[in-house]
Write a protein that binds this ligand. Sequence first.
Ligand SMILES: O=C(O)CCC(=O)C(=O)O
Ligand SMILES: [Fe+2]
Length: 336
Amino acid sequence: MTCGGNKFSVIDLSGPRASVVSLVRSAALDLGFFQVKFASTEKASALAAAKEFFSLPQKAKEGARLVPGWNGELMRGYASLGSEAADVANHSLAGGEEVLPDLMESYQVADPEYMDDGQFPTEGMKRAMPGLFDEMKGLGLEILSLLDEGLPKSGEGKFVDNHKGRSRTIVRCTKYPALEDCGGLVSAERLKSGKGVSRISAHRDLGTLTLLMQDQQGGLEVQDPETGEWFPVPPVEGAVVVNVGNLMTRWTNGVYKSSIHRVVANPGGGHLTEDRWSVIMFISPDDDFTVSPLECCAGEGEVRVAVNVGKYMNCKMRQLFDPEAREDKGKCKYDN
Ligand SMILES: O=C(O)CCC(=O)C(=O)O
Ligand SMILES: [Fe+2]
C-alpha cells in the first residue's frame, strides 16, 4: 500500500478503500502531510507553459499581474519575486528572528468555471491551466472524501459537497529562481552561505487541503510541533504531496493537523545555480460556507470557533500580498 518507509510514504489510492482511509487518516492525525501516487496528464504542459511565461521580460509578466475575481479579491495572475510574504500572513512564525523575503514568483488561476473570460498571458497558459485545475481539483475531492470517511462520524462534514461551488481554490505554478538570480532581494553573501535564506518561509496553508507536485530538487520541510524538528519531504516522481490546511484543522476541531512547513535554500545542494519548480493547488471550501467545528471531534482537540470561509480567506490573503495589511496584523483577527 505504501512505499518509501518514511514519514511521507507514498499511498496508493487504488488499494482497498478501508486501508487507504486508514493510512490517510493516520497521516492527517500526525503531521497532516502525506504523498499519493498520481500520474498527472496535465503537469508537463503546465510546466512547459510556465517556463515559457516566466522567461518573458519582467514588464510583460507585470502586465499579467494578479487581478480580482468575482469576489473583488486577487484571484488570477502573476506575483513577482518578493511580492508574497508567507511568514507575515502567519504572524511571523520565525519568533522575532529577521525574516528575509520569500524568493519565489508565481502565476495562478482560479476555477475556470467562474473566471473563464479567456484572459491568459500566453497561448500556452490558456491551453494548459484550465485542464490542470480540473485534474487537481478532481484529486482533491477524492482525498476530501477519504478524510471525511476517516472521521468517527463519517459524512458529518460533507467535505465534498461543500467544495463544489464558487471558492478561492487556485492552481499555481511557482518558480524559485536559482539563488544567484535573487541578488536584488538578498545580499550575494547571504545567498552564497544560505544562512536564514528560505525560498518560502515557515507558514501554514490557509485552505482545507494543498496538493503539490514538486520537482526533484528538494527543499520542502515540515516541522514537528512538539520537538521543533524539521523533516524533509523527499521528492518522488509520480507522487503528489498532500497537506492539511488551517480551515480543515478548524473544521475537525484540531484533529486533522495543519503543520508548519517551508522550502529551504541549500546553496550546496545545487540551489545556487538551479531554479526549482512547483505546481500547487490550494483548495478552499465554497466562499459562502461557514466552517463550524464538527460534533464528532469536539473535545478531542482545541476547540475552535466557526469562521466564514470568504471572510477568513480575504483577511489572510490580503496579508500575503498587501504590505499595508501586513503592517496592521491586528486587523486580521485569525491567528491560524
Ligand atoms: O513549493 C513547495 O514545495 C511548497 C510551497 C508552499 O508551501 C506554498 O506555496 O504554500
Ligand atoms: Fe505551503
